[in-house]
Design a protein around this ligand. Structure first.
Ligand code: NAD
Length: 479
């Protein structure tokens, strides 16, 4: 627990509970149900040894199950040195609320391994990952019908492929083995658009925010996404894709990028792809030629901008810096970047926060599509695409025949024809499903935000919607 000027900063899990409590105080839940929803059902801790570099190294890992009101439970596995039980339980709770909010039919779970993946080479990481997966699989903490992990900080497609393969080796006759984890590479049972999904979801969330002038007014802003000045913290999977899409497709200007080794900033805007390429090659942002650099990365969180996108760690906006944050709009691409104490300060100031449980739900949404794809054993669009194209072709041919028979020179523009004739493949369907999910969930939050006098922020609105859905599920089952 950090402490500043006599104020106590709650831990991550306490922060989630405080935010939960603020919302349930506005609800009328039956006695006991509130507690049942809030508490984490179980956390498994495992310590295992792996022989590496001539000696045995012991690693500590966790898998926490927050709520089993729906199964399987779902949630990423994080590789970081700071992983601990409190963090994993907070993240598992957020998964419960996130899945409910976007109607992905899962309970909430999360896992973590205390490790700095940059300290190990690929072969060593594979051994460690397989051993960790083995421990979880043995206890049904990885299983298609019970618990389905996904990537999170420090893990990606590669680790998911190793886990899926480990499960298949231990369950040789399970025809649905591939559905045991999501976020796999395409050639190992993955789905198009999963890698970019969380960043894409952040983009769709912002687009929906700017569709309603009332929301934009609440942040004291105006106009559309075009020309908005954006600062991003963390240019990893989520931050990179969000920043890239906002820059290339919505006209945003990325004025700051904060990484582990400091921050880059430029009033003219940074080229997101070029910065990412630099990080991949040099291991950090230091030395990047076309921008100013400061070693005091977190100070850039306090720079003037329109939209702040924390996409790295939890707790980066806390009681020690919240009153200096100038952005009128924060979108929590990371989980828990704003502590409960900072949330109070920012709400007072009128800062609008699009909360994590909604803002980064694009990942679990597309993971849900991947899980369905694995269970149905067929790629989305495979049956319909050509049939759809031939029906469109019928209409186009008929229109052109009619025009010709009437002696008209009228014709369809080639670009319209090309776009209209193209049937939807898996990527188009995934994007459509993600866009629809992000819009609908936002609209539900918006209705509560504008519709209730006792709700002044989107986070409380998000909790009200999601807790309502979890409660309804428990009540329907009769607990
Ligand atoms: P990642 O490991 O791909 O990227 C994290 C980035 O943050 C890296 O570039 C890292 O260098 C940077 N970083 C680490 N410490 C930092 C610091 N102190 N200051 C500035 N930058 C720092 O992880 P990710 O998958 O992009 O996850 C980021 C956040 O998004 C996490 O909170 C995660 O829980 C959340 N999230 C991820 C997904 C997903 O699909 N990957 C889904 C939902 C939520």
């Amino acid at each position: 627990m950090a402490s500043t000027m006599g104020h106590k900063e709650p831990s991550f899990r306490e922060s989630v509970d405080l935010m939960f409590n603020r919302a349930v105080a506005l609800m009328d839940l039956p006695p006991g149900l509130e507690e049942k929803i809030r508490v984490c059902n179980s956390t498994y801790t495992v310590r295992f040894g792996v022989r590496l570099r001539g000696q045995i190294h012991t690693f500590t890992g966790y898998r926490s199950v927050h709520s089993e009101h729906m199964e399987p439970v779902k949630g990423g596995i994080r590789y970081a040195t700071a992983v601990n039980q409190d963090e994993v339980e907070a993240l598992a709770a957020l998964m419960t609320y996130k899945c409910a909010l976007v109607e992905a039919p899962f309970g909430g779970s999360k896992g973590g391994l205390c490790i700095d993946p940059r300290e190990w080479d690929q072969h060593e990481l594979e051994q460690i990952t397989r051993r960790f997966a083995y421990e979880l699989i043995k206890r049904d903490l990885i299983a298609p019908a019970q618990n389905v992990p996904a990537p999170d900080m420090g893990t990606g497609e590669r680790e998911m492929a190793w886990m899926a393969d480990q499960f298949a080796r231990m369950n040789t006759t399970d025809i649905n083995a591939r559905a045991c984890v999501t976020g796999k590479p395409l050639n190992a049972g993955g789905i198009s658009g999963r890698v970019e999904a969380t960043g894409r979801g952040v983009q769709y969330a912002l687009r929906e925010f700017f569709r309603d002038k009332r929301d934009v007014d609440k942040a004291g802003m105006s106009g559309t996404l075009d020309g908005k000045r954006v600062i991003v913290q963390g240019l990893g999977n989520v931050g990179f894709h969000a920043a890239k899409f906002l820059q290339e497709e919505d006209g945003c200007i990325i004025t700051g990028i904060i990484e582990r080794d400091g921050a880059l900033y430029s009033d003219d805007g940074l080229n997101v792809q070029a910065v990412r390429d630099w990080i991949v090659k040099h291991g950090g942002v230091s030395g990047y030629p076309d921008a100013r650099h400061t070693a005091e990365g977190s100070a850039v969180l306090e720079h003037e901008c329109d939209i702040l996108v924390p996409a790295a760690l939890e707790g980066v906006i806390n009681i020690s810096n919240a009153d200096r944050i100038k952005a009128p709009l924060i979108i929590e691409a990371a989980n828990g970047p704003v502590t409960a104490g900072a949330d109070d300060i920012l709400r007072e100031k009128g800062t609008v926060i699009i909360p994590d449980m909604y803002a980064n739900a694009g990942g679990v949404t597309v993971s849900y599509f991947e899980w369905v794809k694995n269970l149905s054993h067929i790629r989305f669009g495979r049956m319909q695409r050509r049939q759809e194209e031939s029906r469109h072709e019928l209409i186009v041919n008929e229109l052109e025949r009619l025009a010709e028979s009437l002696g008209s020179t009228w014709s369809l523009t080639p670009s319209f024809k090309e776009r209209y004739l193209r049937g939807a493949g898996e990527l188009e369907l995934v994007r459509s499903g993600l866009d629809d999910t992000m819009r609908i969930a936002y609209q539900e939050m918006r209705n509560v935000w504008h519709g209730r006098d006792d709700v002044s922020d989107l986070r409380t609105a998000a909790y009200l919607v999601s807790i309502g859905k979890v409660a309804a599920s428990y009540q329907a089952k009769g607990l």
